[in-house]
Design a protein around this ligand. Structure first.
Ligand code: ZN
Length: 151
């Protein structure tokens, strides 16, 4: 079920969403209540076929209430703003703006906000071991004049 139905633009080869300001993300909640955090999943709205993506906010003092791992997917956590701690198995890392963590499917993970401001991060899930072409190997240069509609 879309949480963003008024803010989606679809074209022949794209889907775009406008989620709003990061500080307003708390308006989005998971179906099962989780105290005080905001999370919006975008796979369905964006029609992603090879990944799941969520935008997340944890207010000060908020921790995940449980550990989790995954059946098939690896996860990439990209921290945007704020500061906290992220635990994978027995290891704890400090996280802040610019920290990026890839967690393997088997990694038992949990994280919390240890700062006085909101902790913002993006989480991307994709099936582990499936990526073939990547970086510039998968890109194809198209010889087409560059024109913008306002020129
Ligand atoms: Zn997960």
């Amino acid at each position: 079920m879309s949480q963003l139905s008024n803010h989606i633009i679809e074209g022949k080869n794209f889907t775009a969403a406008q989620v709003g300001k990061w500080e307003d993300l708390l308006q989005y909640k998971l179906a099962h209540p989780m105290k005080g955090r905001g999370k919006v999943f975008l796979k369905d709205d964006l029609k992603c076929t090879g990944m799941e993506v969520s935008l997340n906010v944890f207010p000060p003092g908020i921790s995940m209430p449980f550990h989790h791992k995954h059946k098939e997917n690896e996860e990439l956590y990209i921290f945007i703003k704020g500061a906290g701690q992220f635990q994978i198995d027995e290891e704890t890392l400090e996280v802040k703006e610019g920290t990026v963590i890839r967690v393997a499917q088997e990694g038992v993970r949990i994280w919390r906000n240890t700062s006085e401001e909101n902790l913002y991060f993006i989480c991307i899930q994709a099936k582990e071991g499936t990526l073939e072409g990547s970086t510039i190997d998968d890109g194809v240069v198209i010889n087409k004049p560059i024109m913008w509609s306002n020129e």
